[in-house]
Write a protein that binds this ligand. Sequence first.
Ligand code: ADP
Length: 261
Amino acid sequence: ATSKIRQGDYSVTLPRRGNDELGELAESIQVLADDLSHMKRQRNEFLASISHELRTPLTYIKGYADIAGKSGITSDDRNQYLQIIHEEATKLSGLVKGLFDLAKLDENTFTIQKEPLELCAFMRGIHSRMAPSFTEKKMALNLVCHGEVYIEADPVRFEQIIINLLDNARKYSEEGTAATMQVFKKNGHIHITVMDEGKGIPEEDQAWVFDRFYRVDKSRSKALGGSGLGLAIVKELVEAHGGKITVRSELGKGATFEIIL
Ligand code: ADP
């Protein structure tokens, strides 16, 4: 059997196969259409989140710039308003940078330049650069890495991954606790863990923390300067290195992020 499809002046004759195959085709088209509408919905939700996230600091900046410009306010007050404007602008530029990174990762235009890297020495470097910010919060930062462990990685992007995890370990922990980075080999894979003794992540939130703009405690995370994009970028970067990242946590006892390469 054949079916005729008119295309402008042309008449196209398509061979018609069994009904089952047509049914299958219709089903695939339906799946494709569903996927597309799901993607469209996701994109719209993402755009709504972005505009919300951008609007909040902009509202502060505009509001405080208005009052700072008024006559009759003390210079102390004015300085305080300028300080807030500066902090909000910093948040805004972090957000824009994060969005830009994610857009590039989405489009696969993000350049990952892998090179041979000895992980223990690499982690020691990060440790010495990050330790002061932990000391400042009266926290300890430990590193456990034995011998030499070679990987292929982009040093800039890999450092971004570890620093993001360490920033979170510090942000979501109390004074007097410790964070530990550990590197070890198991079953032919290389494991890198970043563990803290902080507030932890409730079980029901663990599956979502790698999503864009997902925060367990919105107000607290925002007060700590979080954009909610950090872990989404970390996950993409780990995957761009051919790895996987997971989290496990017990509420009130801390969180452990584990990268497996
Ligand atoms: P943020 O900029 O808000 O820190 P992230 O994407 O880095 O965004 O993290 C998403 C959320 O996951 C955070 O808002 C926080 O609720 C939770 N989170 C991330 N790391 C930790 C951690 N080490 N301990 C407790 N909660 C964490």
